[in-house]
Ligand binder design. Structure first.
Ligand code: DGJ
Length: 717
C-alpha cells in the first residue's frame, strides 16, 4: 500500500512487514524511515522532529536525501553524479510532483521484477528537477502486497538545452543510527559467494566489480545487520541489483552515524552522454528489511526471486535431473562416448543429457572456434540432430552448451570480422582462456548471435541451453562509439546482451536456459530474469559446496542453483567424499551429475539411482519449499545443516566436516515446525513432536568418517 498525506507531504510505503517513509521538506525529498512496518496513522508527531532537524539550510548537515547529490551542505556519498555543461557537478534536485500507479511498468531494455496483474503491487513515481541545468529525475518505488521486497529504480532525463554527463547512478537507502556489521559475498573462480562478515566502522565500506560482469569476486549483494544477528534473530537491511554488469555496492557512515547503503553502476567504468532530450534508465535495486535474522532475509528474497524475477514456463516446473559430460570427458568425446554416459544416465533415471563445450568448429581444446557455432562432424558424426535424437530415444531430453558472447582469435568469425570484439586500437587485445569478447553493444553482433544460436536450436530437438561466459573485460571498449562515449561501452554491452537474451528466450519458450560464467561468475537477478537457473560453481567438491551453497542461499533460491555430483578425487580440490555425501549436498540445488557414469561402480550407481528417485519424489519441496539454514559451515567447525519445508513435508540435511573421537553429541535444531504436531521419519525410525525437534533437535552423525551427511524426511501427521 502507498499512502500520501497532503498536509505534511509524506509518502508512506507499506509492505507486508516493512515501512518506508519519504517526505518533501522545503521542496527536497527526504527519507524519514525504513524498517519494521508502522501503522498508517500515529506517526506524525514523531516525524516532525526529524524533519526540523533536517532543516535544509544548515550548511554542514548530512540530510537524509533520497537522491543524495553534490548539493548545498551535503557531504555524504552521492547517488547521482553529473558533470554539468559548465564543468561543475552541483545538482539541486527539487520536488516536482508524484503519481501512484497500480502495478509496475517494465524497465525499458533491462531486467526487472514484474507483476502478473496490476492489483498485486503499487508504484510511486516522484519527479525531481534541477532548474538550472534541466537534469530531471523520475524515481520509481514498487511495493508488492505479497512480497516483502521494495523495488527501486530511477530515470534521468535531460530536459535542458545543453548536454551533460552522467557519471554515477546509485539507489540509496538510509538506516537508523546504530552499530552494525556488514555481510557480503566474496569469492573467486571455484570459490564463489563465501559469506564474509565485518564490523561497520566510521567511513565507507564498498565492494565492486568493474569486470563487465557481476563477477566471481563480489556478488551484487550486501546486508547490513545489527551485531549478534543470527540466522533467526536480528535486524537485517539488504540490497541487491537486478543487473549482470559491473556494479558497486557500499555503505557510508558519516557524522550523524546514520549509514547510507547504496547499490548501482560502477563509476570506474561508467559514464553516459546526456544530450538534450536523452533519457537514462537505471537498473533496478531491491531492498529488504528483515527483523528476524538471515533466514528472515532469505525467506523474503527466495519466493520473490523465484516468482517475480524468474519468468517463463520453467519458473514453476520441477527442474529436470541432468547429466552433463564436461567433467566426464572435457573436450575428448565422440558420439559413442557420449551415448555410453547417457545410457547409464537413463538407467538411473536422469531426464536430460547436456553436451558441454567442444561440439563445434574444430574445438578440441579451449584455444579455438568460439563464434563458429557449426557442429564438428569429425567428432559428432551425424551432427547435433543425430546425437539429440539418439538421446531422445533413451527417453531423455537433450541440452547443449554455448558461449555466444565470445570469439576465439582462431575462428572463422574472427577472421571475417576482426573488429567485432571489444578492443582499443593500438593496444594488445588481451586474451583470457584464449578468447576475446564480442562487442555486444553493436546491433550487427547481436543479430549474428540471435541468428546463429536460433539456427542451431531450430536444427535439432534441443530442450535445454547452458549459456556460458568465461572471461571478463580487459580492454572493454567499442570501436564504434565516439571517444566521448567510449565509457558507455560496458552498459551498452549489457543492454545488447539483454536484447539478445530476450529475443532468444522468447523465441524458444519451451527451452530451459541455464546461465553460467566459469561456474558462478554471473549469478545475479539480471541473468535470472532470462534464465531461471545458474551453474553455481565449477567447484563441485561436496565440502566446498556446503559453503558456496550457503552463501548463495542468503539471497538466491535453491531452484536457481545448479548442483551436480562429480567424480573423486574431486577435479578442483583432489578431495574424496563418498558418493552418498556428494548426492546429499547436490540435493541442495538443481540436482544432476557431472561425471562419467559409465565408469562408476555398481554400488555408486545404486546410490545414484536412489538419489534420483528421492529427488523426483521430493523436488517440489526442495525447489519450491521454504529453505532454512540451520547451521552455518563458516562457523561450527564446518558443520552445516539446512531444511526444506513445504506443506506437511520437512527435509533436513546435516553435514559433518570432520569427525572427532569421543565427541560430545552435536545437535541440530529444526525450525518453523508446528510444536504440537508429530513429525515422522519412517526410514530413520524417528517420530517426535515439532517442539522436540525444534528444542532438542537431531543428533549429528558422530561416526562414519569426514564429510559425512545424513538426510531426514519427515511427514507431519
Ligand atoms: C565453464 C563452465 O563453468 C563449465 O561447467 C564448462 O561448461 C566449461 N566452462 C566449458 O568450457
Amino acid at each position: 500500500m502507498i499512502q500520501y498525506n497532503e498536509s505534511n507531504m509524506l509518502f508512506h510505503l507499506q509492505g507486508p512487514t516493512y515501512s518506508y517513509l519519504l517526505g518533501v521538506k522545503n521542496d527536497v525529498l527526504m527519507q524519514y524511515y525504513w524498517g519494521g512496518r508502522l501503522p498508517s496513522d500515529a506517526v506524525e508527531g514523531l516525524l516532525e522532529l526529524r524533519g526540523e532537524a533536517a532543516s535544509f539550510d544548515t550548511a554542514h548537515s548530512r540530510h537524509p536525501l533520497v537522491v543524495p547529490t553534490q548539493e548545498k551542505g551535503y557531504f555524504g556519498q552521492r547517488a547521482l553524479c553529473v558533470v554539468n555543461p559548465e564543468g561543475d557537478d552541483v545538482l539541486s534536485l527539487r520536488y516536482q510532483g508524484y503519481r501512484i500507479l497500480s502495478g509496475k511498468k517494465p524497465l525499458c531494455g533491462l531486467p526487472a521484477s514484474y507483476v502478473e496483474n496490476e492489483t498485486e503491487a503499487d508504484t510511486l513515481e516522484i519527479d525531481l528537477k534541477d532548474e538550472l541545468t534541466g537534469v530531471a529525475v523520475t524515481l520509481s518505488f514498487t511495493v508488492f502486497h505479497a512480497y516483502d521486497v521494495l523495488a527501486r529504480s530511477m530515470q534521468v532525463k535531460n530536459e535542458g538545452d545543453k548536454p551533460f554527463k552522467l557519471t554515477d547512478v546509485q539507489s540509496a537507502m538510509r538506516l537508523p543510527a546504530d552499530k552494525y556489521e556488514i555481510i557480503h559475498l566474496k569469492g573467486a573462480w571455484a570459490r564463489e559467494r563465501q559469506a564474509r562478515r565485518v564490523a561497520l566502522g566510521e567511513g565507507t565500506y564498498a565492494i565492486k566489480s568493474r569486470r563487465g560482469a557481476s563477477g566471481h569476486e563480489n556478488n551484487p549483494f550486501m546486508a547490513i545487520v545489527k551485531p549478534h544477528t543470527t540466522e533467526d534473530q536480528g535486524d537485517v537491511y539488504a540490497m541487491t541489483h537486478v543487473y549482470s554488469g559491473s556494479f558497486s555496492a557500499g555503505v557510508d557512515v558519516g557524522i550523524d552515524n546514520e549509514p547510507t547503503m547504496m547499490i548501482g553502476m560502477c563509476s570506474d567504468v561508467f559514464n553516459w552522454d546526456m544530450a538534450p532530450g536523452a533519457v537514462f534508465q537505471s537498473p533496478e535495486a531491491l531492498f529488504v528489511y528483515a527483523p528476524d535474522g538471515l533466514n528472515g532475509l532469505s525467506h523474503r528474497m527466495h519466493p520473490f526471486v523465484r516468482q517475480r524475477i524468474c519468468r517463463g514456463k520453467w519458473r514453476d516446473l520441477p527442474r529436470p535431473i541432468l547429466v552433463n559430460n564436461w567433467e566426464a570427458t572435457y573436450f575428448g568425446f565422440n558420439y559413442d562416448k557420449l551415448i555410453a554416459i547417457a545410457k547409464r544416465g537413463a538407467e538411473i533415471g536422469c531426464e536430460l543429457f547436456v553436451l558441454d563445450d567442444g561440439w563445434f568448429g574444430k574445438r578440441d581444446s579451449d584455444n579455438c572456434s568460439l563464434g563458429d557455432w557449426v557442429v564438428n562432424e569429425g567428432k559428432l558424426d551425424g551432427g547435433i540432430k543425430r546425437i539429440a535424437e539418439s538421446i531422445n530415444e533413451l527417453a531423455m531430453q537433450f541440452g547443449l552448451w554455448f558461449e555466444p558472447e565470445m570469439v576465439s582469435p582462431d575462428s572463422d568469425l574472427y577472421r571475417a570480422h576482426p573488429d567485432w570484439c571489444l578492443h582499443v586500437d593500438g593496444r594488445d587485445r588481451t586474451e583470457c582462456r584464449n578468447q576475446l569478447i564480442l562487442d555486444m553493444s553493436r546491433k550487427e553482433v547481436q543479430d549474428y548471435i540471435i541468428e546463429i544460436v536460433s539456427g542451431v536450436l531450430r536444427s535439432a530437438p534441443i530442450s535445454y541451453v547452458k549459456w556460458d561466459m568465461n572471461r571478463n573485460m580487459a580492454e572493454g571498449f567499442s570501436c564504434m562509439l565516439p571517444a566521448q562515449q567510449r565509457m558507455e561501452t560496458q552498459h551498452r554491452y549489457m543492454l545488447g546482451l539483454y536484447r539478445v537474451l530476450e529475443e532468444i528466450t522468447s523465441a524458444f519458450p519451451e527451452v530451459l536456459f541455464e546461465s553460467c560464467s566459469g561456474g558462478g561468475g554471473r549469478f545475479d537477478c539480471g541473468m535470472l530474469y532470462y534464465m531461471p537457473q545458474t551453474w553455481t560453481s565449477d567447484d563441485t567438491d561436496a565440502r566446498e559446496r556446503t559453503r558456496i551453497q550457503y552463501g548463495t542461499s542468503l539471497i538466491y533460491p535453491c531452484s536457481a542453483m545448479g548442483a551436480h555430483v562429480s567424480a573423486v578425487p574431486n577435479h578442483q580440490t583432489g578431495r574424496i567424499a563418498s558418493f552418498q555425501t556428494r548426492c546429499d549436498v547436490a540435493m541442495g540445488g538443481n540436482f544432476g551429475f557431472e561425471l562419467d557414469l559409465s565408469k562408476q561402480t555398481e554400488e555408486d550407481l545404486a546410490t545414484a539411482k536412489k538419489a534420483v528417485e528421492m529427488v523426483k519424489k521430493l523436488r517440489t519441496v526442495m525447489q519450491q519449499g521454504e529453505y532454512t539454514r540451520l547451521l552455518n559451515p563458516f562457523e561450527n567447525e564446518g558443520r552445516a545443516a539446512w531444511q526444506f519445508t513445504r506443506e506437511n513435508t520437512v527435509i533436513v540435511c546435516v553435514y559433518v566436516d570432520h569427525q572427532q573421537p569421543n565427541p560430545q553429541p552435536h545437535r541440530v535444531k529444526l525450525a518453523g515446525l508446528d510444536p504440537e504436531a508429530v513429525y515422522t521419519d519412517a526410514e530413520n525410525g524417528i517420530s517426535a513432536s515439532g517442539a522436540a525437534l525444534m528444542n532438542l533437535g537431531l543428533i549429528m552423525p558422530s561416526y562414519g568418517g569426514d564429510f559425512a551427511t545424513k538426510v531426514y524426511v519427515f511427514e507431519k501427521k
